[in-house]
Ligand binder design. Structure first.
Ligand SMILES: [Mg+2]
Length: 273
């Protein structure tokens, strides 16, 4: 089963949906080009905070899918925006990588490793995580009892080609929660509606005319379900048909496709006009 008409807007996850590792997934380029030629709004969303949107634009261009930076949003963007709106003067401790730290500094935040002055502990996908960082977070949250804990994204792992992966933000958050007893106050990645708002920012669109496309049921598809949007699961990443079948019928994606270009209405696969 596949759509019979076009939607007005398409929001795509990146990892496992548009590409896997350093290769575009089959049909991704054709689909996106066809949608753009038809004047459809195309946006890209990633929960991964280890790159900034310019780095994603570089990667997409390198893979043969040139994309304006403004069409890409990730949790680095939503985290910076949310902190600016809710904790504009906060001193931050970031368990994260340099692009996230740089974006927060550029937004005017002060980053600190002194637990006595830390207002917000930001847990993230951090491949430089160590015991020293855990101790600082512990002291800020448990000893000084003044900081709040937030996380960039709720993912347990980041999928890699060949069925491998890397521990993601949920592991860092869990370590902090386990030792402090503090519960993470907010998560800035999919399925949070903040991510969808970031993707469609500046466009007044009827959600029923938008399609969310991704490879993960509990992030990409859940966000669409919560927003009342149609959704499509592509089977090129994490979630499987069995995972879909295990969900109650009202918690399943609108479409399930083997290849992303099967989202083009029937008979349009190789027709751009
Ligand atoms: Mg994905």
């Amino acid at each position: 089963m596949r759509p019979t008409t076009f939607y007005d807007a398409y929001v795509f996850d990146l990892d496992g949906t548009i590409y896997l590792g350093d290769e575009l997934l089959p049909g991704a380029s054709d689909l996106v080009q066809t949608l753009r030629e038809r004047g459809k709004l195309v946006r890209f969303l990633s929960n991964n905070p280890t790159r900034d949107p310019a780095m994603y634009a570089d990667k997409l261009a390198r893979l043969g899918l040139p994309t304006p930076v403004a069409d890409i949003a990730n949790t680095l963007v939503t985290t910076t925006r949310w902190l600016g709106e809710h904790h504009p003067d906060a001193v931050l401790f970031v368990l994260g990588e340099e692009p996230l730290c740089r974006a927060l500094r550029e937004a005017g935040f002060r980053l600190s490793e002194d637990p006595a002055e830390i207002d917000v502990v930001v847990a993230s996908y951090d491949r430089t995580f160590d015991y020293r960082k855990l101790q600082i977070a512990f002291d800020a949250l448990w000893f000084h009892r003044r900081a709040v804990l937030i996380q960039t994204n709720p993912d347990r792992f980041c999928p890699f080609p060949g069925g491998r992966g890397e521990p993601d933000c949920a592991a860092i958050t869990a370590a902090i929660e386990a030792c402090t007893g503090v519960t993470c106050a907010v998560s800035l990645g999919k399925p949070s509606p903040l991510m969808l708002a970031e993707a469609l920012r500046g466009h007044d669109l009827d959600p029923s005319r938008c399609l969310m496309v991704g490879d993960r049921l509990h992030t990409d598809i859940q966000m669409a379900l919560d927003a009342g949007m149609d959704s499509a699961l592509v089977l090129t990443g994490e979630s499987t048909r069995d995972d879909v079948a295990a969900r109650p019928p009202d918690q399943r994606p609108t479409w399930v496709v083997e290849r992303i270009d099967h989202l083009l209405p029937e008979g349009r696969t190789n027709q751009r006009s």
